[in-house]
Design a protein around this ligand. Sequence first.
Ligand code: SF4
Length: 394
Amino acid sequence: MHGRHGEDPTAGPTSAQYAYPPVEHEARIQQLSDDLGKAGLHPFHLPIGVNLAQDEHGLATHDSVCIRCDRVDGFPCLVGAKSDAQVICVDPALTYDNVTMVTEANVRRLETDPTGRTVTGVVAELRNGVTEQFSADIVVVAAGAVNSAVLLLRSANDKHPGGLANSSDVVGRHYMRHNNLALMAVSKEPNPTRFQKTLALNDWYLGADDWEYPLGGIQMLGKSDADQIHGEAPRWAGAVMPDMPFEVLAHHAVDFWLCGEDLPLPESRVTLGKDDAIHLSLDEKNNIAGLKRLQHKLRGMLGHLGMHEHHLLDHSIYLHKGMPIGATAHQAGTVRFGDDPRSSALDVNCKAHDLDNLYVVDTSFFPSIGAVNPSLTAIANALRVGDHIAARLS
Ligand code: SF4
């Protein structure tokens, strides 16, 4: 993890500084940071997990695993330099002799003993059509916010008629995804940045002078290219900017990601149909007022940030796009944790209240999603629960 505690005005207390210094801004983003600072705001270096060794200019050194390419956002890293689950969890785990990974196995249900207190079997369909049952002293589910809930619901039995670990009836409920908005502004000066995802702004995260509720956070997106712009906004071809081909537009694009909080509504919910199909019910307009205000704040600043103004009627150069369900990257909340077994499925160690040996350790445990990427919280919690399980086993 690269970052610097103390820069984000909304960050909580911390026991230690980040192990690695922040990923440096490239020149245009440094200018943006300076301009935001002059406007009285508090931009900070986005905490980000990449295996990057950088020189004083932020350039990747010759021995760096990360080559600081222009594909960090939304793409798998082809050189294994991104701190994703494969690189920092699965691959290191597989170096242990007592770890085996079974791939292309579809876990269908969890079986319990007659008391319903202990998971005794993990039933999986293997690729060759064979059904196999695995067993363990402790079973950890980490299938993602939708599929973890689905597995528990599908594992209903006499002792757990509403689904495993679901005496509270919360499993599958409170599904959350972020309210996201991608916004591409166009810089008056070229923006040759390759690795753009280095800056974030949380000045309106908790509220604003004219709004007492949280608006959300702003961070940079990976740098858009001509093909992406063409795919997202073909109407722009010649109509809005007749003198600016996509390649030139891309060379001036500055890409922002606005993230607002989705609220945990009981009726936003994952359920299983009679046909075993997964159903997802949600209100896509849940709590979007703050995000709209955040968008308005950023749009109002573009002229001060060296960007073209944003009045579409003035042939301004501005694009925004809300993210539909198909673009979901962050989802959480369907197996929430808490102190009270009547209103939560998991205890504070992410163990099911209703069972003695079942843990759920992914973003399902979140009781709220906040307005920042959930990966780092999921990773931190997994380490915390890992310590708890290790202590329990010993
Ligand atoms: S995708 Fe590119 S920028 Fe991102 S970690 Fe890999 S090499 Fe680095």
